[in-house]
Design a protein around this ligand. Structure first.
Ligand SMILES: Nc1ncnc2c1ncn2[C@@H]1O[C@H](COP(=O)(O)OP(=O)(O)O)[C@@H](O)[C@H]1O
Ligand SMILES: [Mg+2]
Length: 449
């Protein structure tokens, strides 16, 4: 059973995600081998800075120790003391500050025992539910446990760098699968290039693939050149006003270095062209590399792919190449920094979401099944639908109240608006509500439908 189908160009869930994805295990708190804020306070004091602990926020991989300073003039001193504090707690600590908030700063430290952030948990969150469009995807959750949701259209390309085992492939799966939950094969096509031959093999047979996953380097280089030609054709159509509604194309390259080693010139030329002109033609590029050296992430490539993600790097020098401050202090296993296309906005520290191989296979086999070809419910896609699903996943009690209310009033009164974590709701139709309710596995009878 599919839930919501497109009407206009953008749509929301098109897959019955509740049943496709397996339920993540309950979150474990993680044993407390982490330094307490008072100890850190002592370390700062030893460096001559008096700070006052102001709470710790816990995310799946990072602890944010918040501190108050007696006055703003102490910033520089506190920042300088971070090295010594870092040595004292034997962890990499990253200083961050938001000057708008007064004399505060925070210290980001990787947790001793990290909880896995499961894909389903990250998907069923408000920011993703709220995002529109078939190219919206998630990366993971930031240090405040807010889901990092990005629309590829805004990027429009992404360069991912990190050493072997840092979590590049896991992140690629998360990005790909979050899109697959929302987009029909007729709307989004993927071109997957996997010279390593193991990372993307589970997508074999996915109807969204333009062609089988490419594992041969020469073939990959040819395919990139063909993409450039296709882009030119699309461009011509746009210029001559004959533009047809083409599906989007997302090119995923797991290990750019393998291609660059064989034919640096040809690959660089294709990538740069695709990056420069792709946006207008609905072509997006996501490339991962374990070698963010100047031979792979060349100046030209970097200049055309401003949106980047750094995972943990093998060396300080590698971290420098990707040009994201703090990239040398990441903790591995999906601990990451995201630098958006606008470099005046500081990078965001986040933990990538983890999707199991089993769930990837389940998504792929859903798309291969007859269910995926059957028209889904008559329900109109709506931002509200996903919101209700979100509520259902997190607070079924509230969800029931909201559903019942909608059924009676057909609109949510402002009194209720503050109830959810959303603060905002949209109008919804009775017919659509029925679909939502059924889709979320609720019992319509209890909702007086
Ligand atoms: N978000 C994550 N949560 C938990 N473990 C992760 C996460 N990302 C990566 N890992 C672990 O790290 C291993 C290597 O990740 P992978 O994506 O294959 O690295 P890379 O492609 O960079 O070599 C995974 O098999 C997994 O055990
Ligand atoms: Mg990999």
């Amino acid at each position: 059973m599919g839930l919501f189908r497109k009407k206009a160009k953008s749509f929301y869930w098109v897959t019955p995600l509740e049943t496709i994805l397996s339920d993540p295990p309950a979150v474990s708190a993680g044993a407390g081998a982490d330094p307490n804020p008072e100890y850190i306070q002592q370390l700062f004091l030893a460096c001559g800075v008096s700070v006052v602990p102001a709470g710790v926020s816990v995310s799946s991989s990072v602890l944010m120790y918040n501190f108050k300073l007696p006055n703003i003039s102490q910033y520089a001193k506190a920042k300088k003391a971070v090295e010594a504090v870092s040595a004292g707690i034997r962890r990499k600590a990253v200083f961050s500050t938001d000057a708008a908030e007064g004399a505060h700063f925070a210290l980001a430290v990787v947790r001793a025992e990290r909880a896995t952030l499961h894909f389903k948990r990250a998907i069923l969150t408000y920011p993703f539910a709220q995002s529109k469009g078939a190219t919206a995807c998630i990366f993971g959750q930031d240090v405040n446990n807010k889901t990092v949701t990005v629309d590829l259209e805004a990027l429009p390309h992404l360069l991912i760098a990190g050493s072997t085992g840092s979590g590049k492939s896991v992140l690629l799966h998360t990005v790909i699968c979050s899109m697959l939950l929302r987009t029909l094969p007729s709307r989004t096509k993927f071109l997957m290039i996997d010279p390593k031959r193991i990372e993307l093999k589970d997508y074999a047979g996915l109807p969204h693939l333009m062609r089988p996953v490419i594992t041969d380097v020469q073939e990959a280089i040819k395919a990139l050149a063909e993409m450039c030609a296709l882009m030119d054709r699309r461009y011509m159509e746009i210029q001559t006003g004959r533009a047809v509604d083409h599906p989007r194309i997302v090119i995923v390259i797991d290990e750019l270095a393998d291609l660059m080693m064989v034919s640096r010139k040809a690959v660089e030329a294709s990538i740069v062209r695709l990056a420069q002109l792709g946006r207008a033609c609905g072509i997006h590029l996501i490339a991962a590399t374990q070698r963010p050296t100047v031979n792979v992430c060349t100046g030209l490539i970097k200049a055309n792919m401003p949106a980047r993600i750094a995972l943990t790097m093998a060396s300080y020098r590698d971290a420098g190449v990707i040009e994201i401050p703090g990239a040398d202090k990441l903790g591995g296993k999906g601990d990451a920094l995201y630098q958006g296309p606008d470099h005046t906005v500081p990078p965001v520290r986040f933990q990538t979401a983890y999707i199991s191989q089993q769930d990837i296979k389940r998504i792929v086999s859903y798309w291969q099944s007859p269910d995926a070809r059957r028209p889904a419910s008559a329900g109109r896609p709506s931002r509200f639908s996903t919101l209700v699903l979100y509520h259902y996943a997190h607070r079924p009690d509230i969800c029931r109240v909201v559903c019942a209310f909608f059924v009676r009033k057909n609109a949510l009164c402002p009194r209720y608006a503050g109830r959810g974590p959303t603060g905002r709701f949209h109008r919804i139709e009775r017919r659509e509500m029925k679909t939502v309710v059924a889709g979320a596995g609720l019992e319509p009878a209890t909702l007086r439908l």
